[in-house]
Design a protein around this ligand. Structure first.
Ligand SMILES: [Fe+2]
Length: 225
């Protein structure tokens, strides 16, 4: 009997002590007057983060495609893998920007999880097709950044809050890189097409003159140019 009473007493003591020890971490009470971004602008930024992640996924697929043993274009594979890393870096920069402005304190994982659109394709007939696809993607991303700037300068709400800093950041850093990147891809398309045309011409001239079987072998049309 004594041991039952002692056990019950001990249980009560433990329960009382453990409820005392239970701790809750309260969010620090930080004033939020400094947080001045407006909702329409924040929402556009979130969409832009998702677009950057999607672009990264597409370039990752392109890098993998050109790495396959049956395709084997290591130069293009390297180029697209690097492009995938750059797009991922853009998403990180935008996330960091929102965090700097006191936004995105929750829901980051949901934002990233819901980012992925199914890729329309994971196969490209040749390098020119992949580069043209990449240029189209970049043009869409550029248009989207311009839209973020436009919304953040003149949000469709009552605030009339012109987010000069964000507009400046996106214009100076992101748009600058977009325009240079687009020009770079356009140049690569041009080079690839010229290379293709040169090879076709060489092949034709060899056949017409019937002069050089070796030449024909050397310059036979590559499967992926
Ligand atoms: Fe980007």
């Amino acid at each position: 009997m004594k041991s039952i009473v002692a056990f019950a007493f001990l249980a009560v003591v433990i329960s009382a002590v453990s409820s005392e020890l239970h701790c809750t971490v309260k969010r620090p009470n930080i004033p939020n007057d400094w947080i001045d971004m407006v909702r329409p602008c924040v929402e556009e930024m979130k969409k832009q983060i998702q677009k950057e992640i999607n672009a990264s996924m597409k370039y990752l697929a392109m890098g993998a495609h050109f790495s396959r043993d049956t395709v084997n274009r290591p130069g293009f594979a390297k180029y697209f893998f690097e492009a995938a890393s750059e797009e991922r870096e853009h998403a990180i920069k935008l996330i960091k920007y929102l965090l700097m402005r006191g936004e995105l304190v929750s829901g980051v994982s949901k934002l990233i999880k819901t980012s992925f659109d199914a890729l329309p394709t994971t196969h490209w007939n040749n390098a020119v097709a992949a580069l043209e696809d990449a240029l189209k993607t970049e043009a869409e991303v550029t248009k989207s950044i311009r839209n973020v700037i436009s919304v953040c300068e003149e949000p469709n709400d009552n605030s009339r809050f012109n987010d000069y800093h964000l507009s400046d950041y996106l214009t100076g850093e992101f748009l600058e890189e977009q325009y240079k990147g687009q020009r770079d891809i356009a140049g690569k398309i041009s080079n690839s097409r010229n290379l293709w045309a040169t090879m076709v011409n060489l092949e034709n001239s060899c056949s017409i003159k019937n002069c050089c079987k070796q030449c024909k072998i050397k310059y036979s049309r590559p499967q992926f140019v």
